[in-house]
Design a protein around this ligand. Structure first.
Ligand SMILES: Nc1ncnc2c1ncn2[C@@H]1O[C@H](COP(=O)(O)OP(=O)(O)OP(=O)(O)O)[C@@H](O)[C@H]1O
Length: 322
């Protein structure tokens, strides 16, 4: 049984199609990342799973039950995006309130609240009012709230929003620990470097459609591009290598080095044989990797990874319906 499953899931808000037939599956024990530009439909998908909004067409299930089922919902912890916990609560009293809503017995809450706040690093401030907390501390409290009742599935919408780099690393460690303890984590995040470090699988939504899905290794795998360098003074036999069906590109920034892309299903072996047959010495060989950010940018923009980063920095129109 999958922890989350959607089949051809569609959601329309009036005339806007927020989800246009999304099918995905999250298995127990995975950390699963849902990526997409602003307005791609990530939060809508989460809200459907939790029964906060209804679906328009298709299917969605959570822990084997139809989306929104109250029993399944009790086994889920949820950190919403842009949560606003009342400032008059202390960290402790907020956790106590949520714990009682989740049905955690009072004696158990007394034990678990300090433990959980310790895990997210704010136990020292648990008796201070939330209005005195920094953004990062509120975010840690939100994560603690989502973990308190030891849910099977933890859904985190932008968990590291406003958290400093050290804190983000701590939250990554915490997620890894939760996974080791058998929890499943479903994560929305715009921080692709973090997602790459922590997630087992990733789905990319674009304007309500699922455009890529797979493990990090599957998604970041290149078609097979190597950077090769020869001994100083030797010339790379570009034409001969191209005749074997490889694509060769000179690298102007690193003289004497070339980039060789393999044809489908080929290895670098024939190139190495040709070079050694011509008495050439390879001093440098590295397989190029692309980052998840490159994959994301190529997927959502159709742009070449690594080019025109200046353009990327400028605001892009947000995604949405047609
Ligand atoms: N209650 C609503 N009524 C009308 N349109 C909505 C509603 N909620 C979301 N939308 C629209 O649905 C689309 C998807 O929104 P959603 O919040 O799911 O995106 P998202 O991927 O979570 O974006 P972000 O990264 O900005 O949080 C957007 O075009 C948004 O404007």
């Amino acid at each position: 049984m999958s922890v989350i499953e959607t089949v051809e899931l569609r959601k329309t808000y009036g005339r806007l199609q927020a989800l246009k037939g999304v099918s995905l599956r999250v298995e127990k024990g995975q950390i699963y990342g849902l990526l997409g530009q602003n307005g791609a439909g990530k939060t809508t998908l989460i809200k459907i799973l939790l029964g906060i909004v209804g679906l328009t067409e298709g299917q969605a299930s959570l822990l084997g039950a139809p989306a929104g089922d109250a029993n399944a919902r009790r086994r889920v912890g949820y950190l919403p995006e842009d949560h606003a916990f009342p400032g008059y609560h202390t960290g402790y009293s907020l956790m106590d309130f949520y714990g009682s809503l989740y049905g955690v017995p009072s004696a158990e809450r007394k034990k678990r609240i300090p433990e959980t706040l310790e895990q997210v690093g704010i136990a020292g401030r648990m008796h201070y009012k939330i209005k005195t907390y920094s953004k990062g501390m509120k975010q840690r409290l939100g994560i603690a709230q989502a973990m308190l009742h030891r849910p099977d599935l933890i859904i985190l919408d932008e968990p590291t929003d406003g958290v400093d780099p050290m804190g983000r690393a701590e939250i990554r460690d915490l997620m890894a620990q939760l996974k080791d303890d058998g929890h499943t984590i479903f994560l929305n995040s715009h921080l692709l470097g973090e997602v790459e470090l922590i997630c087992d699988r990733v789905a990319i939504l674009q304007q309500g459609k699922l455009v890529r899905e797979g493990t990090i290794a599957e998604l970041t795998k290149t078609k097979g591009t190597f950077v090769l360098g020869l001994l100083a003074g030797q010339t790379f036999p570009t034409d001969a290598v191209a005749q074997l069906g490889f694509t060769v590109r000179k690298l102007p920034d690193t003289p004497g080095h070339v980039e060789v892309t393999l044809p489908d299903g080929q290895t670098i072996e024939p190139v190495m044989k040709l070079l050694s047959g011509q008495g050439l010495t390879v001093t440098h060989i590295v397989e190029k990797k692309q980052s998840l950010e490159d994959v994301f940018m190529t997927t959502v923009e159709g742009a070449e990874p690594g080019v025109d980063r200046g353009r990327r920095r400028r605001a892009r129109p947000v995604g949405g319906g047609e």
